[in-house]
Design a binder for this molecule. Sequence first.
Ligand SMILES: [Zn+2]
Length: 152
Amino acid sequence: MTKDKEREVFEMNTEEKRLNSFKKWPYGSDTSINKEKMAAAGFYYIGSKKEPDLVRCFVCLKELDGWEVDDDPWEEHKNHASYCQFIQLNKAESEITFEEMHDLEMQRQINMASVAEPPADDEIPSCSNAPVVKLEQGKHYKGRSHFKPGRS
Ligand SMILES: [Zn+2]
């Protein structure tokens, strides 16, 4: 990993940088999943044409898409990744101490190493012959699923 690349990922530690990643976020400020709330909940934008609302947590690296306009980003993060250190810290960024941020960064690097996934490409050429179906570890499609576990 180059120095620049490393820094780019590292800088997702700040809410401002995460916010800046939401340039193509399809939801407006009048929704409860606006980019400010997404960034405050630890998410940054990694979407593409195929997955226009895909985001990732900068600590646990959980990826979520299928957002509904009345979702609460923090609640969704908690529901799908309650183990996330950022969620467990449960603080606004302005209240996070340097030591806590350092811990988050340590945890993020451990998570990065265990996921070992190349960064998402923004533009995947549509002429590719290979089927683009892929199951990514840690990815969870959270929306528009009507599957319910059977009762016993
Ligand atoms: Zn997380």
